[in-house]
Design a protein around this ligand. Structure first.
Ligand code: F6P
Length: 366
């Protein structure tokens, strides 16, 4: 009988509540005891009521809830060893030695670091007199399993992160709404979508909504992008199009890493093409709201698999991450996936865009 903790961390994503529901219920179905850690890593550091035992009915109805009902936070205290020592102490107090974490790459890297430090944290709890040798004996190993929750679809090694299809759906629906008014007035709209380092949302929204032009971080436009964009938009207008849609990922930039903003694009369309142009920044409506069916299914299947991975793990098993590859739920070593993700981001920073694109292509063909 294991005590298994579940928490959500980093930016919320639709489907996180489904993860918590699936983990709680699969844990109970496996004869173990589930605990929810509230407010992400802050809850681990604070302990007490922030770590609550969960019952089957506590998560009733959570399958269709947006955001995360157990809260999430960006926690500075957990970045310090003293914070992690408190977190370890709180877990020992509740008898928890397995954690399932749903978050982005930063949250999962933090979790794996915590796992690596765990034996030394146990020693420190004993040497500082907080716990006896006897009390920490059964906590010699911390078991971590990761689930990727992020609307950006920015983790290498999985076809989809939990939340990305809900967000994409909301973006497409918003663009459909905008299209009606754009068509009526023959206007151009420049739409900024989320995606700090990853252009998946912008790219897929562009394909799904028939955008005229898109800007994404991984594939910056050619040096004369202003001319190129204006000539494409003008050509589409000459072919009879009454509306223009340009999508800009929030992390978009040119070949020299100069930021390309929605306002810059709007000014160009107004001044050079003569279009009545408006900017719409979709913002956090992309992130909130109920999960779509795909995310509910993904989060539920992955939550169940995460509990199975906890029960299968030995101290030697590297922390797994639960992925979906070609429609199959699979486990992969967490740190490999994170290293590959960082490689793509690093290539963008080094302005090696070809390598960044190769990295992203490899993700899709893996
Ligand atoms: O979840 C990732 C993300 O959606 C990014 O695309 C965006 O830049 C960021 O979150 C914004 O998050 P916040 O408003 O919470 O800082």
């Amino acid at each position: 009988n294991k005590n298994i903790g579940v928490m959500t961390s980093g930016g919320d994503a639709p489907g996180m509540c489904c993860v918590v529901r699936a983990v709680v219920r699969q844990t109970i179905a496996s004869g173990c005891t589930p605990f929810a850690v509230y407010e992400g890593y802050q809850g681990l550091v604070d302990g007490g009521d922030m770590i609550k035992q969960m019952a089957w009915e506590d998560v009733r109805g959570w399958v269709s809830e947006g955001g995360t009902l157990i809260g999430t936070a960006r926690c500075k205290a957990f970045m310090e060893r003293a914070g992690r020592l408190n977190a370890a102490n709180n877990l020992v107090e509740k008898g928890i030695d397995a954690l399932i974490i749903c978050g982005g790459d930063g949250s999962l890297t933090g979790a794996d670091k915590f796992r690596g430090e765990w034996p030394s944290l146990m020693n420190e709890l004993v040497s500082s007199g907080k716990r006896t040798e006897e009390a920490v004996k059964r906590f010699r190993h911390l078991n971590i399993v990761g689930l990727v929750g992020s609307i950006d679809n920015d983790l290498s090694g999985t076809d989809a992160t939990i939340g990305c299809y809900s967000s994409l759906q909301r973006i497409c629906q918003s663009i459909d709404f905008i299209d009606a008014t754009a068509f009526s007035h023959q206007r151009a709209f420049v739409i900024e979508v989320m995606g700090r380092h990853c252009g998946w949302l912008a790219l897929m929204a562009g394909v799904s909504c028939g955008a005229d032009f898109i800007f994404i971080p991984e594939n910056p436009p050619s040096e004369n992008w202003e001319d190129e964009m204006c000539s494409i938009v003008s050509k589409h207008r000459a072919m009879g199009k009454r509306k223009t849609t340009v999508i800009v990922a929030e992390g978009a930039h040119d070949m020299k890493l100069n930021k390309i903003t929605a306002v810059m694009v709007k000014d160009l369309l107004a001044q050079r093409v003569g279009l009545d142009t408006r900017v719409t920044t979709l913002g956090h409506v992309q992130r909130g709201g109920p999960p779509c069916a795909y995310d509910r299914m993904l989060a539920t299947l992955q939550g169940v698999e995460a509990v199975k991975a906890v029960l299968d793990a030995t101290p030697e098993t590297p922390s797994p991450i639960i992925c979906i590859v070609e429609n199959k739920i699979v486990r992969k070593p967490m740190l490999d996936a994170i290293a590959k993700t960082n490689e793509v981001a690093g290539n963008i920073e080094k302005m090696d865009f070809e390598a960044a694109m190769r990295g992203r292509d490899a993700e899709f063909s893996e």
